[in-house]
Design a protein around this ligand. Sequence first.
Ligand code: 13P
Ligand code: ZN
Length: 269
Amino acid sequence: MESILTNRKGLAQEIGKVAEVAGYLWEKGWAERNGGNITINITDWIDDDIRRLPGISPVYRLEVTLPLLKGCYFYCKGTNRRMRDLARRPMENGSVIRILDDCSSYEIIADEVVLPTSELPSHLSVHNYLKSIGSNYKASVHTHPIELVAMSHHKPFLEKDVLSNLLWSMIPETKAFCPRGLGIVPYQLPSSVALAEATIRELGDYDVVLWEKHGVFAVGNDVMEAFDQIDVLSKSAQIYISARNMGFIPDGMTQEQMREMSVAFHLPK
Ligand code: 13P
Ligand code: ZN
């Protein structure tokens, strides 16, 4: 069914990409039941007609105040909704919200009253943070990749940059396509403000962070880019685990080989 949102080309394309990625998350086995969530800042695609749309829900309070998101619009996966359903019907399993002028409440404007993800504090705090540093990133993705979550159950892997270096060293492309590496967020209650705050602290240095014993959270220019970074890290994790399953500890690329990659590809680290 056409809606005022999806019959606008740019917006339809962005929401289409969310649906495509939601399908990948399900196919990869990272999105059991309602696992994971995606939000995108769609404010750039909002025209005056959409701005005039009335709210279709009550006003909901946020637990956080986000001064830079005043009047911004987000497409959000719905809480308790399945990625596999969102892949086919994004506007029935997610909704568009408007952040109100007090910067600490929002209303749903389209298409249906689908309550946004329980991880909204993390997603919106991250979007506010991204604006504060002048970033053009518009997408944030949280998902439950099996191997990376398994690795987060091993304390030595949670020391700063241990996993970044291990995963980068499994295959050259991981460093090229996830050049800022993997930050670590020690366990926090899902959907909590503490989790949101810890996530923001790590995003200063990384585009993807590992939530201990829970999942990963990634940001990017668009949802495809955020997904790709998780995908390359996950591939490296699988290579490491395959080698361990074959009974040996993989050599990994040397530090010198990784430095050579950084120079050749002009990488930040
Ligand atoms: P939601 O269904 O509320 O998006 O929660 C899924 C999840 O992964 C929480 O961390
Ligand atoms: Zn989760």
